[in-house]
Design a protein around this ligand. Structure first.
Ligand code: ZN
Ligand code: ZN
Length: 260
């Protein structure tokens, strides 16, 4: 399986996953032109995308989906509530490209499962994507990791894991009180500390690559994310590079291509 983060964070999210001849995107929160150029860096043509899967209806996850689907005839999949919300709130010309599915679907070489997350959207989900060999998960935009969420992603070879904010930076930062409370709540976003603790569990359960994503531009820095994850891994005797590969998925920048 191959994975690339095309962009991650509140400026727009879009992840690319490939296995065999199957190529999908998770979320399309950046423009179609951006996605096209980002894929081109890896010699992937946007025309080859089989489907786009949506996690939830927030703009940073669906901004480009209308043009992308319409221009390239790419089907869009999300659960029923999310699909209804997108169609009701956005001007979508090709409604026929928007499909609902419930919890699991197969697209050629890939089995795609969703699991419920805790976020202030109509029916937000994370994704578990499996091919014949392994399982890969995407978990961002959740205020907490419940036992059920952890069980869903446990055993993944690689995980995109939210590391949204440094709690102190958020508390002392410029956001107004209500927004700070929203982000810190059970339906907000995961902190660096929550990501660090979850990463340790995942690695102990066999995960070999963690891509930290959805990093706040206001309440976090890439350096702080790296310092935080390094702390949690080192106190648990986990060596970056040796026991696990860590990458930070950046906003409006492609990651390396992960092949696992
Ligand atoms: Zn988001
Ligand atoms: Zn969101």
């Amino acid at each position: 399986m191959k994975f690339i983060s095309l962009s991650s964070g509140s400026a727009g999210n879009c992840y690319y996953i490939e296995s065999g001849g199957t190529k999908i995107l998770i979320d399309a929160g950046v423009s179609t032109r951006y996605i096209k150029n980002a894929l081109k860096q890896f010699d992937i043509s946007i025309e080859e995308i089989d489907a786009v899967f949506i996690t939830h209806e927030h703009t940073d996850h669906i901004y480009g989906v209308e043009v992308l689907s319409r221009n390239y005839n790419i089907p869009v999949y999300s659960n029923q509530l999310t699909t209804e919300h997108i169609l009701a709130r956005n001007f979508i010309k090709r409604k026929d490209l928007f499909n609902s599915f419930d919890k699991k679907i197969n697209i050629k070489d890939l089995d795609i499962h969703t699991f419920d997350i805790h976020h202030d959207a109509v029916n937000p989900v994370g994704y578990v994507i499996s091919d014949a060999d392994l399982k890969f998960s995407v978990l961002t935009d959740t205020g907490c990791i419940t036992k059920d969420i952890y069980e869903s992603i446990k055993g993944s070879k690689a995980v995109v894991l939210e590391s949204n904010h440094d709690i102190e930076m958020l508390q002392n930062g410029p956001y107004h009180y209500a927004l700070k409370q929203r982000i810190l709540s059970n339906v907000g976003h995961l902190s660096n500390d929550a990501a660090g603790k979850t990463a340790v569990k995942l690695i102990n359960d066999g995960t070999e690559e963690i891509i930290l994503g959805h990093i706040s531009s206001t309440n976090n820095t890439y350096d702080i994310v790296f310092q935080s994850i390094s702390y949690y891994l080192s106190v648990n005797n986990i060596n970056i590079g040796q026991d696990v590969k860590i990458e930070i998925a950046k906003k409006c920048e492609t990651s390396t291509m992960h092949i696992f």
